[in-house]
Design a protein around this ligand. Structure first.
Ligand SMILES: Nc1ncnc2c1ncn2[C@@H]1O[C@H](COP(=O)(O)OP(=O)(O)O)[C@@H](O)[C@H]1O
Ligand SMILES: [Mg+2]
Length: 255
């Protein structure tokens, strides 16, 4: 379970005359297991919102509850534990450590866990396999393509099996084919129950999500999903989980 409740979040950067109001009065609920897209123009506050959801950026006003935990009421150390336990992150610029191999990068989030190195290695290998990089674990990031680095960053984000995955423009640097592969990976993780919140500029990527939170100048511009889309998507999800197939072939019939 990982219900996210944002209440009247506001965020200002800077002081006095130099203040930038990045978010104003942002409220929404994301249910456990949803796949939500965050869209909006550059500067609309998307990254700010994602970093607040990621327990990394204290809002100026409002509060954030995840499973009833008031995230910003936690002390810094508890908040770090919360982040480790609940959240996986994928950043646009990957943030891979250049002198560690892809496998070692994926092992990093397991560092604080009391677990034999052999098992950490096995888990990281399984995560790499999940993203189709099983034979590339020994490479350094500098020896990997953009798509491979992105997939490695996703493996690292999910190696802990966090209930919530946050991704900021995860396909921003990828070609269409690689970005479709990443979206299908996200869809698979979501079908297994992971809640995903993804910032994207791309309408192609947005077609994979169940619901869009649109930001306009730091405010929510829409929250209500198109009821028909929601119906078809929820049907699609239940079909996928029960039979391994979706509605895309016969969506035209519903339309
Ligand atoms: N650390 C920061 N310090 C000052 N201003 C910031 C900071 N981060 C973001 N901003 C400003 O807040 C607004 C929203 O930025 P951001 O959340 O990055 O938007 P988006 O991701 O939608 O492009 C912009 O005007 C941006 O310049
Ligand atoms: Mg941004």
């Amino acid at each position: 379970m990982s219900t996210i409740l944002a209440r009247q979040l506001g965020k200002s950067y800077g002081k006095d005359s130099g203040t930038v109001r990045a978010l104003s009065d942002v409220s929404f609920t994301i249910a456990s297991g949803e796949f939500v897209g965050v869209m909006g123009e550059s500067g609309a506050g998307k990254s700010t919102l994602l970093s607040i959801l990621g327990a990394m950026n204290t809002p100026t006003s409002g509060d954030l509850q995840v499973d009833g935990i008031d995230v910003y009421a936690l002390k810094a150390e508890q908040r770090a534990d919360f982040r480790r336990e609940f959240l996986g992150f994928v950043f646009q610029s990957f943030h891979l450590i250049p002198y560690l191999t892809l496998l070692e990068n994926v092992m990093l989030p397991l560092t604080p866990l009391a677990m034999p190195t052999r098992e950490k290695r096995a888990r990281a290998s399984a995560a790499l396999q999940r993203v189709g990089l099983e034979d590339k674990g020994g490479r350094l990031p500098g020896e990997a393509s953009g798509g491979e680095k992105e997939r490695c960053a996703i493996a690292r984000a999910v190696v802990n099996a966090p209930p919530v995955l946050l991704a900021d423009e995860p396909t921003g640097n990828l070609d269409t084919r690689t970005s479709d592969a990443v979206m299908n990976l996200f869809k698979g993780l979501n079908a297994e129950g992971m809640t995903i919140v993804m910032v994207t500029h791309s309408s192609r990527c947005a077609s994979y999500v169940e619901r869009i939170l649109k930001l306009n100048d730091g405010r929510i511009a829409n929250t209500a999903p198109d009821p028909k889309t929601r119906f078809v998507r929820s049907l699609d999800k239940s079909l996928q989980s029960s039979s391994g197939c979706g509605t895309s072939d016969w969506q035209a019939a519903v339309d």
